[in-house]
Design a binder for this molecule. Structure first.
Ligand code: AMP
Length: 517
């Protein structure tokens, strides 16, 4: 082997690998792992003459960095830890085919969830850049365990596209600063000093506070990894999965449609399994609805992963939520620990999930605390959307209003009870009742009245009075949801921002940057 070939170094070795390995039998090529810090490819005589012409420039490698830890769920995907480097080989769909370059899967190839990685050197790969993060979520993350004074993040606000904010933890309080953009592309927090990139801005304020409340310290810890798109790369299109891949572990509860279990998919992945009694539904109706439901994806909606419909009982496989239904959560000890701030934030999360359904022109039809699930850190997600349309429900207490009609009467808008007129606006009515459940820690609405009495009094304008310890502003939002004319009720989009901005309704809540020299 000519020494010059050996000296060409790693770029040439990579060229050899990608351009020769595929053409020539692997038996022709041996790779020695390391010599003087470089890989050396040893070619047999008949291939040494390969690079006669100047080598074409290498295509840039498509390098990514893992943002979260991920544990492989099938033999075809890769486990990795946040910070590991991966080369994307095929970026089709929500699961990419990649080669791990570092970490526990180094040198292995397999599938990775695309939303767990960010392009190397890009802003998205910075550990302090929290893309679509709202102010409430930023505060929640910074105030959670593991962050110390100086912990910070820069976020791009979901509701105000293009707006950047710097959120910093200062002795148990979160302060927010607007990061403004210059016309020529630079950034500044104070007009006194601007930077070409956000990275430079962060570097500058990490060395000295320069007028910020504190010097920037560690990037904020991320609370939870996002949901993957389906269970794995091969369930994205194969919605029906084998029943034998699901192991039922523990019964979590009995709902209006059947039993719910904690389960394990493929021996690796915790899931919730809803078993459905077919007696009270037409399986075809269910499948039709499930086709729509599986397309609805939002961080505040329970994700439907897969179904087993070939035998009975039908299984619906969804993401597992550690703390069960919001109703039970509110009623148990955990609920008593909640502060008003947490209650508003939980209502805001439900409104966010519902605002997504509103945008998708989808109606829930059974919004109530029993159909919202709670994960860690009070994370709430809306569940069971659309199922009420498919099932003839049979929980007499909640659903039977009068003979022949089965509704969750105390949650249902008058026009839906009387004229079967379900719309996103009847969901808004139900949301007002859900706010009542949140603020009363899971009390039954209209506690002293029967379903029948409720139906009787609503048309004359009767509404629940303001619960004890419920601030008027919060109660007024509930009352808006119960306007007689459905067009007068707010949209979920409005409810979402009203609740998200409940404590900070104007920009003056931003820390004062005029004082920054
Ligand atoms: P449901 O049929 O939705 O009313 O569910 C019955 C009970 O099972 C609920 O009250 C929850 O406690 C529990 N449950 C339902 N779905 C899940 C889930 N995805 N994760 C955890 N627990 C669940």
């Amino acid at each position: 082997l000519a020494p010059s070939v050996m000296d060409i170094g790693q770029r040439f070795v990579l060229w050899v690998r990608s351009h020769c390995c595929h053409d020539k039998s692997s038996a022709d090529i041996e790779t020695k792992p390391k010599a003087k810090g470089k890989d050396i490819v040893v070619l047999k005589n008949d291939h040494v003459d390969a690079p006669k012409r100047p080598l074409p420039p290498l295509p840039p490698r498509d390098m990514y960095v893992a943002l979260y830890d991920y544990t492989a769920r099938t033999a075809d995907d890769l486990s990795f830890r946040a910070g590991d480097r991966l080369e994307a080989l095929n970026k089709t769909g929500p699961w990419w085919f990649a080669r791990a370059l570092t970490g526990i899967s180094a040198n292995k190839e397999g599938f990775v969830p695309a939303n767990y990685v960010a392009q190397e050197e890009s802003l998205y790969a910075e550990p302090w850049y929290f893309q679509d993060t709202k102010r409430v979520d930023a505060e929640k993350m910074l105030l959670s365990e593991g962050n110390e004074t100086g912990a910070f993040l820069i976020r791009q606000c979901e509701s105000q596209k293009g707006e950047l904010s710097l959120s910093v933890l200062d002795n148990g309080k979160v302060k927010h600063y607007k990061v403004r953009k210059l016309d020529n592309g630079g950034y500044y927090v104070s007009t006194a000093k601007s930077f070409l990139t956000l990275k430079e801005l962060v570097q500058y304020y990490s060395e000295n506070n320069h007028g910020l409340c504190v010097q920037l310290g560690e990037p904020c810890k991320k609370l939870e990894a996002p949901q993957t798109h389906g269970l794995s790369y091969n369930t994205v299109d194969h919605w029906e999965i084998s029943r034998s891949s699901i192991k039922l572990l523990k019964k979590l509860g009995t709902g209006q449609f059947g039993e719910v279990y904690e389960g394990l998919w493929n021996g690796t992945t915790p899931v919730a399994v809803k078993t459905l009694r077919c007696g009270n539904m037409d399986p075809n109706d269910f499948l039709r609805e499930a086709q729509i439901m599986k397309k609805l994806r939002h961080s505040k909606l329970i994700q439907l992963y897969a179904v087993c419909t070939l035998d009975e009982p039908i299984y619906i496989i969804t993401e597992l939520m550690k703390n069960g239904s919001l109703l039970e959560y509110l009623q148990k000890d955990k609920g008593k620990e909640l502060q008003f701030h947490d209650q508003v934030e939980m209502a805001a999360q439900v409104a966010a999930g519902m605002a997504y359904l509103e945008q998708q022109n989808y109606i829930h039809r059974d919004l109530a605390a029993r159909n919202v699930l709670v994960g860690e850190n009070n994370i709430c997600k809306v569940a069971d959307f659309g199922l009420a349309r498919v099932f003839k429900v049979d929980n007499e207490n909640v659903y039977e209003a009068k003979e022949g009609s089965k509704f969750p009467v105390k949650w249902t808008a008058p026009e839906a009870i009387n004229a079967n007129k379900f719309s996103i606006k009847s969901d808004v009515w139900s949301f007002g009742i859900l706010m009542y459940e949140i603020i009363t820690f899971g009390q039954m609405p209209y506690p002293t009245m029967s379903n029948y009495q409720v139906i009787q009094v609503l048309p004359s304008g009767y509404r629940m009075s303001c619960p004890a310890n419920c601030p008027t502003v919060f109660y007024n939002i509930m009352m808006d949801c119960w306007k007689e004319n459905d067009f007068d009720r707010p949209t979920f989009e409005t409810l979402q921002w009203k609740l998200e901005d409940y404590f900070d309704l104007d920009v003056t809540s931003y820390a004062d940057t005029n004082r920054i020299p």
